[in-house]
Design a protein around this ligand. Sequence first.
Ligand SMILES: Cc1cc2nc3c(=O)[nH]c(=O)nc-3n(C[C@H](O)[C@H](O)[C@H](O)COP(=O)(O)OP(=O)(O)OC[C@H]3O[C@@H](n4cnc5c(N)ncnc54)[C@H](O)[C@@H]3O)c2cc1C
Length: 337
Amino acid sequence: MAEVAIVGCGIIGMTTAMCLQERYPTLRLTIFAKETSPNTTSDVAAGFWEPFIVGNTSEEKIKLWSGTTYKQLLKWWREGKAKEYGICLLPALFFTEETEFRLPAWLDETLGYQKLSQSTLNDMSQKYNLKLNNGFTFISFTWEASIALPYFQQKFTENGGKIVIREINSLDDLSSFDVVVNCTGLGSRNFVSDSSVEPVRGQIEKVQAPWQFLIKIINSDEKLGYIIPNTNECTLGGTAIKTFDKSFNETQKETIKRNCIEMSPSLSSAKTLRHLVGLRPARKEVRLKIETIINGREKTIKVIHNYGHGGAGVTLSLGCAKEVADLLNVVLNRHKL
Ligand SMILES: Cc1cc2nc3c(=O)[nH]c(=O)nc-3n(C[C@H](O)[C@H](O)[C@H](O)COP(=O)(O)OP(=O)(O)OC[C@H]3O[C@@H](n4cnc5c(N)ncnc54)[C@H](O)[C@@H]3O)c2cc1C
């Protein structure tokens, strides 16, 4: 029976662990994590299903991974699991000033998408004092890791998986395992010395606005603003700035609130619950591949990397987890484990 270590317990590590447990019930699985929910970056995410900050990851892969997540969320939604998994199904409205604009390929994976008409764009441009040239609507989901992770952790351990709270300094520390799956997000900078994973700072405000049932995103040179309703609260955002600075920024708070109220004036009476800041693990492309590390004369460490999901970790998670399970099959067969 092969022994597999998964490093990281954010949305990527946890969904990977669940997928491996389901596909290979006899595997011995251990998750090692420095932090678990509610202290991961994944807990900060509003969990809006939309590929965002994914670098140059191919359109084909983004469509495949995000589409797999979308289908699974729809399945869970239909099975009545929305409450325990933290899923909401909502319409989304996206506007941009871009003129050279093509509808993203991943829209094909969604229900009921539509380009916005010129008259809607004119109307919105006037309201927001911008020149909005393109936009679309589609049916999307929010999937809150802060609700799903504790539930999945419990299910994983009930089904025989182990979770160990421990920082792992290097792959060598796990050389006794048959395979290591690296789901450390931004932590991969140290864990596997990959300095190409870079932080993209996001600041958000959680408010109480139970009347808000529409996701709105505005993406222009001057403004990035989004309103994302969740199960018990509504997320207002946001920022996307390359920096390691996780401190709360008062000026950005004001800008976020102003932009969101402009998009949805009724938010001016919404009660502020809290402010959060997180660092998205951005990379030139998501790293999802097998690596064999030769360590000394005889010893090799077989690693499957799954990190660098930028602003779309929740959106891509289930598709990437499925691909890790496929890659593990290759590793297990190749090495007769
Ligand atoms: C403000 C904000 C809003 C966002 N909104 C969305 C959204 O709406 N939709 C969406 O899809 N995405 C969104 N994201 C992006 C999403 O949060 C990330 O892509 C996602 O959290 C990445 O997941 P992860 O599991 O790789 O990383 P993390 O959640 O950071 O988890 C990494 C795990 O690895 C562990 N770890 C790291 N190094 C080590 C080590 N050496 N040893 C042991 N453990 C280690 C950590 O402790 C943790 O358990 C948002 C992000 C931010 C900041």
